[in-house]
Design a protein around this ligand. Sequence first.
Ligand code: ADP
Ligand code: MG
Length: 696
Amino acid sequence: MRRPREVDIMYVKGIGPARAKLLNEELKLKTCHDLLHHFPSHYVDRSQIYKLRELSGDMPAVQVRGRFVTFTEHGEGAKRRLVGLFSDGTATMEVVWFKRIKALKDLYQTGREYVLFGKPQEFNGRWSMVHPEVDSPESLSAAGGLWGVYPLTEKLRNRGISSRNIAGWVQNALAIAGNIPETLPAPLLQRYNLMGAAEAIAAVHLPHDNSRLQRARERLKFEELFYLQLNIQRYSNRRTATLQGFVFPRIGRFFNSFYSDILPFSLTEAQKRVLREIRADVGSGRQMNRLVQGDVGSGKTIVALMAMLMALDNGFQACLMAPTEILATQHYESLRSLAAQLGVNIRLLTGSTRKKEREELHAMLTDGTLHILIGTHALLEDNVQFKNLGFVVIDEQHRFGVMQRARLWTKNTVAPHVLVMTATPIPRTLAMTVYGDLDVSVIDELPPGRKPVSTLLRFDDQRMQVYRSIGKQLAQGRQVYIVYPLIQENEKLELKSLEEGYELIRETFPSYRTVFVHGKMKPAEKDRQMQLFSSGEARILVATTVIEVGVNVPNASVMVIENAERFGLSQLHQLRGRVGRGAAQSYCVLMSKRKIAADTRKRLELMTSTTDGFLIAEADLKMRGPGDLEGTLQSGIPFDLHIANIATDGQLVQLARDCACEILDADPTLTAPGHEMLLPELSLLYSRKLDLSRIS
Ligand code: ADP
Ligand code: MG
């Protein structure tokens, strides 16, 4: 018998060339393997049959059993429909079809018993079901209790293809391509008591009972995660083995005098630990690829500066890339004042750097007299060439795409050490998958003396109270952020609500200067407005989320987030991180409509109950799913897991990673006896995908 990957679905009984084409277009199913890996999205218990009398409006799809009394046709043209009156002895219901009327009229007979499966709807006291699945009772009892419900598209439905059809074709595919090869090494199956591949595939489609279904799903999830990790770890090992890094053997004058004479505070234990980790990396001879995660305000910038000083002490140049001009400028200003005292030549390069200055910078970069270059994407341009770039810092990495990071890589023949800093805490399981081979450091401590931001949920009808509190903070000399969501679908409306908000604030607080910043402004104008706020001249900043990342105004003590219900958790956390940077108690006010969905309310309440970024990130991932998480989307990393879920299968991710590492340690080339399936499977799964190890 041939293997499922070798058999086109058009040879499966019931499919044929036309449907095969459709399934290929709509669901990307080509071979029996694809069909067998098109898993049900959920299951229904079809041993349960409801009486029509028992139906109620909030029921999901249910089963009823009875007979059609009559069939009648109604309407004309697009409104044409076939209506069957269905009775089970307790009540009657209308069954309605809008498509394939003629075929169905011939197919179904009055007086015969059928089992219908669909969502009951109530209209004017009468029950109806539209396009239910129709089976004979005999065919149902053969299948056992749990039935898979398959994901379909609108077009497939319109062509009369149902979840039941798919289930049938899956069974036919199993019959013609029954030889499902085992894809996991036998010792793994034994050690973790996993179901075999063939059994798991059969059971996930037709599980009979819940415990069998759970075991099948676990095996399939494990397999998926195992190969994902095997792929990541294999590239990572190869990279470590082949990529030389610069060695920074000494800690010298720059680092030492900065530490003892200039550093204006003592480092937190977490900052010290991360610096030790970086030190170990850059002394090891292998190229560093390290992600530093630290909650907003945890002091990543100083760590980055000190790491760059290590490079300078060893005769290398360093650069720091930030995602926006505002941020780059802010880094430049704070680092320049610190570095100037050391005699370090530090400069800024952004899109608005003038040509003349640019040329001057280029010259200093190539002759080595420029030590640290800070900037935006402008650093990536081809004509920015360093004499000896040894260390690269990328701030707020989720704003950069994969390709942009890869470009920094090519600025040297030997790859510089790369330190990626992010304030979006990434849960461990996701980090393991997305940044498989990045080493991760965590700054899990805030500098002393910070008071946690107090977060309040307020409704629109309480606005006046909120404004009174803002007034008190302003009177105490503090500054205030007011942030509006960005509604991409409707820019005009967005701008309108922003402008109205701005006017209202100006009327309410006429004696304080208010500035106004949004994404559609020219960068220079935006910078000017931001500058007014940073300097303290303006006391209120009304803005869209352009200020989300990195801005540091320690005197600001209030963050008001309008329409907070529209923001994701991680975004709210980022915004909240703009306050609480000084000594004063700070506040974050989440403004929302009073009428919000229960899960939205839960989300907002979580914000009021914790300031722990990791907890919030975990919750965000669970609520939204990883594909949505900022960073994964933007990084362009393929995330097409079929059955496993990075957010909820954390333990399996860990197990899969451990197993993959163990196998690679014992058998780096994956050619040992018993591992024959690994390389072919890897190449089938990942040959066309990007080499993840090369992203930074
Ligand atoms: P983030 O991690 O969000 O980028 P920053 O690096 O901007 O945070 O640091 C936030 C503020 O905390 C800055 O004003 C910085 O000077 C200050 N800071 C950093 N480390 C310490 C420390 N160990 N003690 C006191 N203040 C610190
Ligand atoms: Mg920062």
